[in-house]
Design a protein around this ligand. Sequence first.
Ligand code: ATP
Ligand code: MG
Ligand code: MG
Ligand code: MG
Length: 473
Amino acid sequence: MTGKEIREAFLSFFEKKGHKRVKSSSLIPSNDPTLLFTNAGMVQFKDYFLGKEKPPFKRATSCQKCMRAGGKHNDLENVGRTGRHHTFFEMLGNFSFGDYFKKEAIEFAWELVTEVFNLPEERLYVSVYEKDDEAFEIWNKHIGLPENRIYRLGEKDNFWAMGDTGPCGPCSEIYYDRGEEFSCGDNCEIGICDCDRFLEIWNLVFMQYERDEKGNLTPLAKPSIDTGMGLERIASVLQNKPSNYETDLIFPIIKWISNTSGIPYGKSEESDISMRVIADHSRAITFLIGDGCLPSNEGRGYVLRRIIRRAARHGKLLGIEKPFLSESVDVVIEIMGDVYSEIVENKDFIKKVILKEEERFSRTLSKGLELLQEIVEKIKKSGEKEIPGEEIFRLYDTYGFPVDLILDVANDERLTADINTFEKLLHEQKERARKAWKGGSQKAISKELLDFSEKNPSAFKGYETLETTTIIT
Ligand code: ATP
Ligand code: MG
Ligand code: MG
Ligand code: MG
């Protein structure tokens, strides 16, 4: 099945079960200033779950554009390193707004995976929340899944929440065993390791609570169902590919990068990671800008800027010297344009924004990377394990080199970075600047940009600081 056929099979299966097919909402959540990006299919239905708004239908199905970079669900660091995590991906889902609950949700899911997708039962495993005996019984007694294929897991894996507040509840997940060859070793087991062997394909969330700022759980008036299945993941299973990147939803971008760089995919682990990162990020930036997000120094725009710069850096690592990212938009549109018209309609604008950002960054990058490489070599030679805060500050302050890229490089080189000292120096510098500041005016924004952002508001409140990169020590 092609990616397109899988998407369609899912949606029409649920349509036949009385679900209303609903279009994907924007990656920029319209109803929630506390959420950085739409990170799941349920986001556009949040107020239905909370009982704040009356749904016009009791059942819905959708294929939702999702972004998991920054915020509670952040997969930015996983991209390229696992075969199953993206920043941008499509989430298939079925939803019940106070209509059916656990039993039907599990029945539907089982029917779809075993009878429509024809996955062999002996390769399927499920997990339930450790205290959820009801879900365990449904899987075991009603569906007939043997006990040893049902895992009881704790909150981390089996209690789903959109964010720190909002609708949440216990969940049950379906895993597909890709086989021994994907195993990470003796301890390879669901709930223990986090490798690609037992692939989590579908999460069925039993929406039962609303969590408030203090962490209190209040039962919802009507328990509901929210499910999410990663389209790229199920495609990798159905197309029998080793990772999401080899599916027809992404591989054309990899091929294009390989052609552009002249490096074959599969040449080395390092170049493969770079290609996967670029493929992922091309999709993310095309869709983010297509939904009205623009590069900036804060909030959503900063995440976008960071993703563009990260992709550009990996382009450099592959030896691509000229700006290239804006051209990847054409490949993304070729794969997805017929489903998402917004990227087709905004194509020229998307490419222009990316090219500008790339050119701007390219100047900074060349000089900064050269210096950073010298610093890294020196540290390694001396047997040290940490990039000093003073060096980070110098790169940042004198050359405008982004700190997250320094952290990226540190990560790749298995070094740590003395961020505390950097922050201290930055703070001191800001204090100096604050004292010296005599006022200024805002730079004019081009009319084209202004019109576009008015049509596609990405105004974002309630988000001050971004999480910094996790550094491997
Ligand atoms: P994982 O444990 O693999 O990180 P998750 O438990 O965080 O996944 P959920 O929040 O349960 O994921 O999301 C529902 C489904 O969406 C997952 O079962 C998976 O199929 C898909 N999914 C989640 N995160 C990603 C991602 N970063 N890229 C691609 N698909 C994803
Ligand atoms: Mg996750
Ligand atoms: Mg999980
Ligand atoms: Mg999950």
